[in-house]
Design a protein around this ligand. Structure first.
Ligand SMILES: [Zn+2]
Length: 116
């Protein structure tokens, strides 16, 4: 007898930091979720309304995407970012975005100077 039972989402299923792929029981297409605090989801492929515990689990890992940029691209991106953020602290708890971008630019520039 082949094992045809496939695991479904249960109360103990966790998404993890990269999210989790779940399969629609109607069309078998994957959907990525980042948490399970919902009762049901509409499948983006077949539009079926699927209750949480009917979604199927898959062992397929979620791929991590890494993008490599050279230092010039980083600098251009950061200078552009610095020009577009306003130099006003938006909250007392979070750091000023302008300060953050400036700090990263300084670190990168120090790094570049070392290579000269
Ligand atoms: Zn579906």
């Amino acid at each position: 007898m082949p094992d045809v039972t496939q695991t479904t989402v249960t109360k103990t299923t966790r998404a993890g930091s990269r999210g989790k792929l779940i399969l629609c029981p109607h069309c078998n297409n994957e959907t990525k979720v980042f948490h399970f605090s919902w009762l049901g989801l509409i499948c983006q492929h077949c539009k079926a309304s699927v209750p949480k515990y009917e979604w199927l689990l898959t062992d397929k890992p979620v791929n991590k995407i890494t993008i490599k940029l050279d230092e010039d691209t980083w600098r251009g991106l950061l200078f552009h970012l610095r020009d577009t953020v306003e130099h006003i602290p938006v909250s007392n708890v979070e750091p000023d975005p302008w300060d953050c971008v400036t700090k990263v630019i300084n670190v990168l520039e120090n790094n570049l100077r070392k290579h000269d």
